[in-house]
Each structure stands twice: as C-alpha cells, then as structure tokens.
Write a protein that binds this ligand. Structure first.
Ligand SMILES: CC(C)(COP(=O)(O)OP(=O)(O)OC[C@H]1O[C@@H](n2cnc3c(N)ncnc32)[C@H](O)[C@@H]1OP(=O)(O)O)[C@@H](O)C(=O)NCCC(=O)NCCS
Length: 114
C-alpha cells in the first residue's frame, strides 16, 4: 500500500509504503518511508508513520508492523520510538544498500500497544 507524504502546503514531500502484507497466522507488514532532504526536521515522517501504522491496524486489520533502520540512522530510530515501535533485534547483512549488505536494527509495533 503506497502513500505520499504531504507537507503543510499540500506538496508531496515524501513517501511511505506498507509492503509484504502477510495474512494467515502472521497478519504483519513491513513499513518503509523517506522524506525529501529539504523537508526534513518538520515532523513529517513522525506523522506519516503514525498515520500509516493506524491504517495498518484499523483499515488493514493487521497485528504487527515491522520497520528496520541502518544502525547509524538515528533520525529514523527516533521517528519509530516516538510512534511506540520497540527494537527487538539486529539482523546481520539484512538489506543491500548502495551495493553493500548492511546490518539493520529491527523494530516492531504490535496492535494494541504503544
Ligand atoms: C529519517 C527520515 C525519514 C526522518 O524524516 P523527518 O521528517 O525529518 O523526521 P521527523 O522530523 O518526524 O523526526 C526526526 C527526528 O529525528 C531527529 N534527528 C534528525 N537528525 C538526527 C540526527 N542526526 N541524530 C539524532 N536525531 C536526529 C529530529 O530532531 C527528530 O526528533 P525530535 O522530534 O525528537 O526532535 C528522513 O531523514 C529520511 O527520509 N531519510 C532518508 C531515508 C530514510 O532514512 N528512511 C528511513 C529508512 S529506515
């Protein structure tokens, strides 16, 4: 489920996507997002994550939303923490970023928590 992130002027400032939506006993998805560099620091990602997570739990009816960050991506870790996501692990060489398999911190929020 792809969404755009709008700034206060209604302009597209980024994107956020719920992907890998799994049904059956898992009822989970993965959330990914970015905000344009000149639009950062305004709380847009925090609000986008809040809205997308609410959508996942209410409209989509999921039990769990997962997100992962590079170890050095403190801004994204803050965005997740502000939305009640808890770190539950570290996945070695989880994603290939800029041609290199890189470790990621794993976060999740469960429906009814946070
Ligand atoms: C990470 C990203 C989504 C944050 O977007 P944003 O709209 O600036 O986020 P917000 O303004 O909602 O919140 C960012 C928080 O991180 C903090 N922050 C920003 N840079 C930081 C840094 N280098 N170190 C520590 N904290 C930092 C901000 O102060 C803010 O926290 P606060 O509200 O407590 O002050 C954006 O920088 C981005 O798109 N980066 C590139 C793509 C990316 O990393 N996507 C996420 C992949 S997991």
């Amino acid at each position: 489920m792809p969404f755009v992130v709008l700034n206060d002027h209604g302009e597209v400032a980024g994107r956020i996507t719920l992907s890998n939506i799994a049904r059956g006993p898992l009822q989970s998805c993965t959330m990914g997002y970015w905000v344009a560099e000149d639009q950062t620091g305004k709380g847009l990602a925090t609000e986008a994550v809040r809205a997308a997570t609410a959508c996942a739990f209410t409209e989509v009816g999921l039990h769990r939303v997962q997100a992962e960050t590079l170890l050095a991506n403190v801004a994204s870790q803050k965005v997740l923490a502000k939305n009640g996501f808890k770190q539950y692990g570290l996945a070695p060489e989880y994603l290939k970023i800029a041609g290199v398999w890189q470790d990621h911190l794993m976060f999740q929020r469960l429906n009814g928590t946070g």
